[in-house]
Design a binder for this molecule. Structure first.
Ligand SMILES: C[S@@+](CC[C@H](N)C(=O)[O-])C[C@H]1O[C@@H](n2cnc3c(N)ncnc32)[C@H](O)[C@@H]1O
Length: 400
């Protein structure tokens, strides 16, 4: 078994030998699975590439976040994003009676938890971090160790959401994009599932009859889109999304789920110009589209279908509280005030640069969206007040 090399024209830094060996080990393990039982769904491949114990991207203990990693998320840019979220959480907390909790699935480096806990005026009684990766838990503990003991005592790492109902806020930033996706393509004879096989001695794509679960989800998608996707069209469906949302939101008695990610409403997700799908790979700040290059060293993600999130929320009994861009959320939360409050020019310049990255359309401002789901709340969160674009979630493609 040889490692897949970057395709012609794609310049990627070569990983150091020990990391290349780790990737090779994972590649062998995936290939063994395929040799044993035939081609695997892309979903299976993505799950192994990201979460295979000891080897997968999120569990192998290598550095991922920030300038020296593979990508930079909003909480890694500085404190403005957490500051805006803190204002939103404070508002929600004020409307709840008694103690409240924050639960953060997929806390990455722990930067958001640290900055929220040091900014909130109304701190939660407990801050629950639902993290599947033991390696990332260690990183989070390190990041959070700078908080005072009184705050640290409120943080708890959990393997599953609590059984007991709670009032509070669930925040998931860039987690839904890391859920494994199934990939489909439309062939001349109809729907195909894009699977992974061993070609000679390398990993590669192969199209197969779709699993019934994908076929059912695709039929539902076509109906909701109100149009047929053309032959040659390929894209993704996150089959795990409804179950994931149900699991994290089940104990929420009163409160709000805030989901932040890159994605589109359904009608924009499956546009003709996205006929090759939205799957994207990140390695050392280079984005590319070949998921078989350096498995375990490369982040794999797919854009989020926010209409699917809203539908899944409705099935969990959650009410749609709003949908907006990250830029409009930051405006609604008066993020610029931090710049005005800066006492020196250097800080002002730094914060202005940070805000620009968070809100400019060519950076994170338009690509990233916030979707709010609530249960038992009287007022919608103010973060959606500046521009609530929920109408985009229900539009059919035929209307575009
Ligand atoms: C792209 S990182 C985002 C990290 C962080 N939220 C941030 O914004 O910097 C994805 C995170 O989701 C976690 N994750 C993936 N699947 C998960 C799941 N089913 N439940 C909880 N966390 C999960 C990963 O381990 C990782 O911490």
């Amino acid at each position: 078994m040889r490692m897949n090399r970057p395709p012609a024209g794609l310049e990627l830094p070569t990983p150091p030998a020990p990391l290349a060996r780790l990737s090779q080990q994972l590649g062998h393990r995936i290939a063994d699975d395929i040799r044993r039982s035939g081609p695997v769904s892309f979903e299976h491949y993505m799950r192994m590439a990201l979460y295979e114990p000891g080897l997968g991207y999120y569990v192998n203990g290598l550095h991922k976040f920030g300038a020296s990693g593979d990508f930079v998320t909003a909480p890694e840019q500085g404190k403005l994003f957490a500051g805006a979220l803190a204002r939103q959480v404070d508002e929600i907390a004020r409307s709840l009676t008694g103690d409240y909790l924050i639960m953060e699935p997929g806390a990455g480096s722990g930067a958001l938890a640290r900055d929220l806990l040091s900014t909130l005026s109304h701190r939660p009684q407990r801050y629950l971090i639902l993290e599947t990766s033991a390696a990332l838990r260690a990183v989070q503990r390190e990041t959070l160790s700078e908080l005072p003991d009184e705050v640290l005592q409120r943080i708890e790492w959990i393997d599953a959401p609590p059984d007991q109902p709670f009032d509070g806020v669930i925040i998931a930033n860039e987690v839904a994009d890391a859920l494994p996706v199934a990939v489909f393509s439309i062939g001349k004879d109809g729907l195909q599932e894009r699977c992974v096989r061993v070609h000679g001695d390398r990993l590669g794509w192969v199209d197969q009859t779709p699993r019934p679960r994908l076929a059912g989800a695709f039929a539902d998608l076509q109906e909701r889109l109100g149009k047929q996707l053309a032959v040659g069209y390929s894209s993704e469906i996150c089959l795990d999304l409804p179950a994931w949302l149900e699991t994290i939101s089940r104990p929420l008695r009163t409160g709000t789920v805030l989901l932040i990610d890159y994605g589109y409403p359904r009608s924009e997700y499956y546009l003709p110009e996205r006929s090759a799908g939205t799957l994207v790979c990140h390695y050392r700040h280079r984005a590319h589209f070949d998921p078989f290059v350096w498995p375990g060293l490369t982040d794999l993600s797919a854009f989020v279908d926010f209409s699917a999130v809203a539908d899944a929320g409705a099935r969990c009994g959650l009410e749609l509280a709003g949908f907006t861009t990250q830029a409009d959320f930051m405006v609604a939360m008066d993020a610029h005030e931090a710049i005005e409050a800066a006492t020196d020019e250097a800080t002002r310049m730094r914060l202005a640069g940070e805000l620009k990255r968070l809100i400019m359309p060519g950076e994170m401002g338009e690509k990233f969206k916030l979707l709010g789901l609530c249960r038992g709340m009287e007022k919608p969160p103010s973060g959606f007040a500046f521009s609530d674009q929920r109408h985009r979630l229900q539009a059919s493609s035929a209307a575009l």
